[in-house]
Design a protein around this ligand. Structure first.
Ligand code: AMP
Ligand code: GLY
Length: 431
């Protein structure tokens, strides 16, 4: 057998814990490293204090450790061009370069891209002045949809239900600089009613592999109430009408890949299609709400545990531009996850450093429920404590949705920390 490939995963959240876990089971992966990682990842990979956005440092780390493959988890290093630097240094990399990352790092770029290539999305205006916002809002009905152009860690989308609030938000972003440069350009678009669906395609720009459709729950409280968050829970697969994945491929994925090619953008990694599905007579209308250029969090925590093929092989072939040589990744079963958040999240105003009770050694036990870490760290005594807004994800897997659901909640019910909160209704639309 050929030599195994030493691999580095960049990032340190629940998504990266799931990525490292899936790669740890691969027959082709050698030493597994993660930077910066977290205490859960520590149990299955070597973790390193290394800033994932520091391209020269990441490149030299790869040379020191004889890393042959890098998988980039979060959007920030992708937008910063870390994949370009790694490829230039001859390191196989899973994740698009800076130009491909613009599908996520600039909403105006991605909306214009979709328009140019005939990909269905809400009609929109790009505004840099308050008068332009007034005109864009006047031509639309509430709820209004206002998006900061740049990366805003899930806090750049606003859905005000009246004109006064909408104008106030535009002013705070454009004039007061509430989100800094990320909010100096705005996209104002039509509201899309319907049900959301996440579809990941692993692609080397030519071939692709679709993963199980999943559904995230973005609002903080039960019944989809309260502020938007990074995601409070997810499940996969979603029970979708027959033929939907074929339609997503025909109307969204293929034109996106052709668009990237015709714009001269090489794309290797995962394309996250955030979709809205709306009933239209007897058929379903599909619109793209957003692209992301990386795996979703927490969708990854439910999609990867369903894979039956060798994930490492697919990631490596994709990074190599040779995805077509890989067999399809099969899927089986169902998975559901629930996110435990700090009291006060999604605001930044929450306590950190709280002891977490009920965790095991941190190794996803592959049985039927496990925990992926997100915002955790070790304190001076080595105990695992909270360190972020989204702290951990409890995952249940099973043959059916209800088995996965009950296992995830049973696991979550055994965990506690002060002021912890989580949604009790993840998967409600499937029940
Ligand atoms: P985005 O970051 O663009 O995905 O937006 C975050 C969330 O805001 C989405 O997941 C939707 O729940 C909601 N959203 C964004 N755009 C729209 C839209 N045009 N119509 C309805 N909801 C939207
Ligand atoms: N779960 C939404 C995201 O990762 O953007």
């Amino acid at each position: 057998m050929s030599e195994r490939i030493n691999t580095l995963v960049l990032g340190g959240g629940g998504r990266e814990h799931a990525l490292v876990h899936a790669l740890s089971k691969s027959a082709i992966i050698g030493d597994l490293h993660c930077a910066p990682g977290n205490p859960g990842i520590e149990a299955i990979a070597s973790v390193h204090k290394l800033d994932p956005c520091d391209a020269p440092r990441v490149v030299s780390f790869c040379a020191e450790r004889r890393i042959g493959l890098v998988a980039i988890g979060p959007e920030a290093p992708l937008a910063a061009g870390v994949a370009d630097a790694l490829r230039a240094a001859g390191v196989r990399t899973f994740g698009p370069g800076k130009s491909g990352a613009m599908l996520e790092s600039s909403k105006s770029f991605s909306k214009k891209f979709m328009k140019r290539h005939g990909i269905p999305t809400a009609d929109f205006s790009v505004c840099t002045k308050i008068e332009e916002c007034e005109a864009a809002l006047a031509g639309r009905k509430p709820p209004f949809v206002i998006k900061a152009d740049g990366l805003a860690a899930g806090k750049g989308v606003f859905l005000p239900d009246n004109m006064d609030d909408a104008l106030a938000i535009c002013g705070e972003l454009l004039i007061d600089g509430r989100l800094g440069d990320a909010g100096r350009t705005l996209v104002i678009e039509d509201y899309l009613p319907g049900r959301e669906l996440t579809v990941f395609a692993i692609t080397d720009g030519k071939s692709f592999r679709l993963l199980s459709p999943s559904r995230d729950h973005k609002r903080v409280f039960d019944g989809d109430k309260g502020s938007n968050t990074g995601g409070m829970g997810a499940y996969a697969p979603v029970n979708i009408p027959e033929g939907l994945m074929e339609d997503v491929t025909e109307y969204v994925l293929r034109p996106t890949l052709e668009g990237l090619r015709s714009d001269g953008i090489e794309y290797r990694g995962v394309l996250y299609m955030g979709l809205m599905l709306a009933d239209e007579g007897a058929s379903l209308r599909i619109s793209v709400v957003e692209y992301n250029v990386r795996f979703g969090d927490p969708e990854t925590q439910v999609v990867l545990p369903l894979l039956r093929g060798d994930f490492g092989r697919v990631v490596n072939a994709c990074a190599d531009g040779d995805l077509s040589s890989c067999p399809d990744l099969g899927n089986s079963g169902s998975a559901l996850c629930v996110v435990a958040a700090s009291g006060g999240y999604p605001s930044d105003n929450y306590e950190r450093g709280l002891p977490i009770h009920g965790l095991d050694a941190g190794v996803p036990d592959l049985a039927d429920s496990f925990v992926y870490h997100s915002g955790t760290r070790r304190d001076e005594r080595g105990c695992i404590v909270t360190s972020g807004g989204r702290v951990l994800t409890a995952v249940g897997v099973g043959d059916s949705f209800s088995e996965a659901h009950d296992r995830a909640y049973a696991r979550m019910n055994s965990i506690s920390f002060k002021d912890m909160h989580y949604r009790r209704d993840i998967g409600w639309s499937e029940e």
